[in-house]
Write a protein that binds this ligand. Sequence first.
Ligand SMILES: NC(=O)C1=CN([C@@H]2O[C@H](COP(=O)(O)OP(=O)(O)OC[C@H]3O[C@@H](n4cnc5c(N)ncnc54)[C@H](OP(=O)(O)O)[C@@H]3O)[C@@H](O)[C@H]2O)C=CC1
Ligand SMILES: N[C@@H](CC=O)C(=O)O
Ligand code: NA
Length: 423
Amino acid sequence: MIRVGIIGVGTVGSHVVKILQENEDIITARSGKKIIPIIGVVKDTTKKRDVNLPLSSDVNDVLDNPEVDVVVELMGGVDEAYKIVTRALKNKKAVVTANKALLAYHRYELRDLAGDTPIGYEASVAGGIPIIKALREGLSANHIEAIKGIMNGTCNFILTKMMNEKAEFADVLREAQALGYAEADPTFDVGGFDAAHKLLILASIAYGIDVKPEEILIEGIEHINSEDIYFAKEFGYNIKLLTIAKKSGDQVELRVHPALVPITQMIAKVDGVMNGISVIGDRVGETMYYGPGAGGSATASAVVSDLIDIARHTQNSPMLGFIKPLEKSGLTLMNRDNICTQYYIRVTVEDKIGVLSKISEILGKHSISISSFLQKQDVKKEERAVLLFSTHTCKESDIQKALQELSQLEFVELKPAMIRIEA
Ligand SMILES: NC(=O)C1=CN([C@@H]2O[C@H](COP(=O)(O)OP(=O)(O)OC[C@H]3O[C@@H](n4cnc5c(N)ncnc54)[C@H](OP(=O)(O)O)[C@@H]3O)[C@@H](O)[C@H]2O)C=CC1
Ligand SMILES: N[C@@H](CC=O)C(=O)O
Ligand code: NA
């Protein structure tokens, strides 16, 4: 028998208890052992909840409890969760966590501390999709050439509703929170940080990259507006928050940002809370993974799969997937200035003669060639026009310099905006 203590019995934790209790037959058959939740820890024990488990507000009731074999950390946050997981490992208790923020900052320390003590983290990336297993086990014979995906359910839910139903950003975010998709602080979702945390976890399995979120390019979806959606629709794109790892020679680019994706691509059709991830291996070619990226039940399904793994292989750490840091494999993190892709640019200007030629001149000066162009009257101000461009492939540093120069022009009324195009 495996006895489980759950720290955090909220959206995900309560579903972990339900799955363990309601699917006990199949779980026991598959793992060869009974997996029993014996205690949960919450902040407020007086809160009414639909869960059949003794609760405490003291983490020591799990961490120092000799009856607990596995600690499931589902409270979120970085510092406190780090202390809890560290103590559990020091007490030789196996750990399962869904906490991508924790792993984004401390994955290598925890790996080293764990040694042979298992740590499962399947739920930390793309919720219910078994992407960690796929990368760590199914694709382990491959050099990974690229990982590209939608890995934040909240952002995809918001963008889908903005694209298809003209819904307002703030209203859909509230809906995502009510459905249990968003992080406790939803700026982690909409600012791209949550997706970046997930990217770093996958990058450690694929490439052995030991970098922190602050070192990579992260942009969120907060600035996407109706003009961007109009341009995307006119030119056959969907707007998605993309999470990208790409190997070029001995460099790896890591980035999270909104992107215009041609609607013909599979990833553009991944809607709502669903996540979709393409992984390209040098031997297998392209593989695709699709499923619910957030929500209590789907995420708890991944947490329980780790518990079953631990029950099956107590001598075999599920976390061994984090390979040696990048420097030792000769790979380096690509400087963001050297990223090359296509871009969409939005410039809001005073509607007068000469504006377009000046903008074209600046783009040309920075080796940026225009691929398509649209002009819209600004609905908020009659004498204002919104100019929407897409470019051929060019360098990130050139785009950044051009945007900076455009923002200085006296007829440019709002800070120019840019969205990358991933064709
Ligand atoms: N929701 C989702 O779709 C997904 C979430 N995750 C990750 O799973 C983890 C949990 O998320 P979720 O279930 O949504 O979060 P919730 O906010 O719903 O639940 C958090 C739980 O932790 C408890 N808690 C928080 N702080 C403390 C503390 N200091 N001491 C004791 N208990 C504490 C809360 O207690 P109380 O109930 O009393 O407030 C609550 O039960 C996070 O790391 C999140 O990133 C990962 C994938 C998907
Ligand atoms: N807030 C996250 C939850 C799952 O990781 C998301 O929306 O994807
Ligand atoms: Na997963």
